[in-house]
Design a protein around this ligand. Sequence first.
Ligand code: MEV
Length: 329
Amino acid sequence: MKVTFSAPGKITIFGEHAVVYGRPAIVGSIDKRIYVTMERRNDNCIKILAEDLSFKGLSIKIGDRIEVEANDRILEALKYIVKAIEIASEYINEKSGMNISISSEMPVGAGLGTSAAITVATLAAYSYILGHELSLNEIAKLGHTVELTVQGIASPMDTTISTFGGLIYLMPNVGFEQLSLNNELDLILGHVKRDESTAKMVKKVREIKERNEKIIEMIMSSIGAIAEEGKWAIIKGDVEKLGLLMNINHGLLESLGVSTKLINDMVYASRNVGAIGAKLTGAGGGGCIIALCPGRKKEVSLAIKLVGGNPMDFKLSMEGLKRHNTQLL
Ligand code: MEV
């Protein structure tokens, strides 16, 4: 049997990092996805092939020591796959070797939630092929456990959006609500290389917070307040307000030390040519920005290019985790 599951990437419109400390966030799934295909093997070997993530293709055995020579980015993505298989095996109380192939429509490890997408698609495909069709709630919960185990600290934001899809207002420890947009938002992504992992950036913020508890708590609360106001701006269709809130949110992320010169260059270049809001999206240390630019997508794309970034056109898409073809071999 061979099955493919896909899960979407995401943009965080408001609230990254503060969501780790219980503040609300607004996050939307996008029309760029990760595809995980699995085929059951007769042995206990997990073979992973992901050429477009620049994996060379490697074999590991469940339960054995894993010895891989690869660059950091590949190892980072691998950790999520291995942990997802381990946690799914425990949950369904079954395990088997698999051939796994992975492909991505977006840059991996760039702040677009690719680790969460790989995690939830792996959990779903592995358990499905072993005869267990887990509910979305089960997958989101297990996905969060995987991220927590790999990263040490993680909110449920990325795994929730990648599983359910949509545009959600998330309140950690409470739940989430789906928001709807009256009109499509004109958004552009700008991408630059990212050297730091999400885990490292989250730890960096924790360290700053531990050394400056009172000040950083106030920044986290302000980011939470932005997400709350942002929710009303979305409900009312107040695009100007959304843009302003994105700019304020970026300033606060900058004060947490998670932005970089190149990220700031893309943010300012976008604003200079008419974006009404632009901010870092994701954990930072490089990665991606989003620019809200009604009627100015071309100009903003060019401006991002001119400062050395890669512009990417994309749309918010409501689709979460999805099963594609199932082949009985
Ligand atoms: C990463 O996409 C978002 C962070 O807030 C981490 C998390 O929520 O787990 C930086």
